[in-house]
Design a protein around this ligand. Structure first.
Ligand SMILES: Cc1cc2nc3c(=O)[nH]c(=O)nc-3n(C[C@H](O)[C@H](O)[C@H](O)COP(=O)(O)OP(=O)(O)OC[C@H]3O[C@@H](n4cnc5c(N)ncnc54)[C@H](O)[C@@H]3O)c2cc1C
Length: 308
């Protein structure tokens, strides 16, 4: 079966490519945006059959991407992307144009007799469901579920596509966001801060511990979206970043389903909460029932002593 892969960033593209190659699909890739030629050299080593390059379409321009992908999608059994924000938005629109189904947050694919089954997370990652699909279908792979595709000897054909953007939006200027420390979705250790912190200043307790542990600091949604104590790209969960660290320390976070959806792939989860009945303890490997204002300084001092 043939698959066409696109994604909003090259990191995600390589994860989706890995899924596609592992599923035994004959995979073509669409790369859009700046420096396509340079980027395609790296991507070309990872097992795609054909690479389509279109440098006139920006990977965040959902209107143009929808039209471009729809125009290329004939003959493909699957159009594959990542279930990130742009992947979800474009998938919904492409599937509508293809008159195809769309399945997001997919974690595996199997054939059972003549049936094609996609397995995906539901209920914020608490359960999995098997979806029987008919082709063609548009599929979003759960971010960070797959490693980037490995090097592969297949030599792809590279084809340039001429396409005039159709967006109703005009990009006037592009500015890179200020990077705020280690990337959450790549960090080995993440400390998540919740509304148990009483002020923005108090977050320094988490940052100091993070410095000792070499950890990235993230938050629950209210701290980033409502209180603006954290940059937006730091909130973890269903509508934020999905993380996959070796260790996640949730501090003053209640553990609502929308937060849990972003942390289920963490290897070890430690929760610090003063309420013994906080739901986060049901999703944790280790629970510390304690006031964070007592626990964090104590932990910092023990780790500090051991490091000396
Ligand atoms: C459509 C939708 C999408 C959403 N997406 C997300 C998402 O992606 N990510 C996300 O995080 N949320 C998301 N939410 C919000 C989510 O439902 C919760 O409201 C949010 O996760 C709660 O944040 P919190 O745990 O920090 O705050 P609270 O629920 O207020 O919990 C604070 C916790 O701190 C504890 N605490 C208080 N004081 C202390 C102390 N001194 N020491 C130790 N513990 C203390 C309390 O016992 C409590 O358990 C979404 C909601 C909706 C409707």
């Amino acid at each position: 079966m043939k698959a066409l892969v696109f994604a909003s960033s090259d990191d995600l593209l390589l994860e989706v490519l890995n899924f596609s190659v592992q599923a035994g699909l004959s995979t073509d890739i669409l790369i859009t945006g700046d420096n396509c030629d340079e980027r395609s050299k790296e991507i070309a080593k990872r097992g795609a059959k054909n690479i389509f390059i279109c440098d006139t379409v920006d990977p965040t321009d959902e209107d143009s991407l929808t039209s471009l992908i729809s125009s290329l999608s004939g003959g493909y059994g699957m159009v594959l992307t990542s279930s990130d924000r742009i992947g979800k938005a474009v998938s919904a629109r492409v599937s509508q144009r293809m008159r195809a189904g769309s399945v997001m947050d997919v974690i595996s694919f199997m054939r059972r007799g003549d049936e094609l089954i996609l397995v995906r997370h539901i209920m914020g990652g608490k359960a999995v469901v098997e979806e029987r699909v008919v082709l063609p279908v548009v599929v979003g792979i759960k971010p960070r579920k797959f490693e980037p595709a490995k090097e592969n000897p297949v030599e792809p054909n590279i084809r340039r596509i001429e396409f005039s953007p159709v967006s109703r939006l005009r990009i006037v200027e592009r500015r890179r966001k200020k990077a705020s420390g280690v990337r959450l979705d790549r960090a080995d250790i993440v400390i998540g801060c919740g509304r148990g912190f009483k002020s923005k200043d108090d977050l320094k307790l988490a940052y100091e511990l993070a410095e000792l542990l070499g950890a990235a600091v993230g938050s629950s949604r209210p701290l980033a979206a409502d209180l603006k104590w954290m940059p937006e790209e730091r909130w973890i969960g269903m509508s934020g970043v999905t993380i996959k660290p070796k260790l996640y320390i949730a501090v003053g976070i209640s553990g609502q389903q929308q937060h849990i959806a972003g942390i289920t792939d963490s290897k070890i989860i430690v929760a610090v909460n003063s309420d013994p009945n906080a739901p986060i303890f049901r999703s944790s490997d280790y629970g510390v029932v304690q006031d964070l204002y007592k626990f964090l300084p104590a932990l910092k001092s023990v780790i500090g002593r051991r490091k000396r």
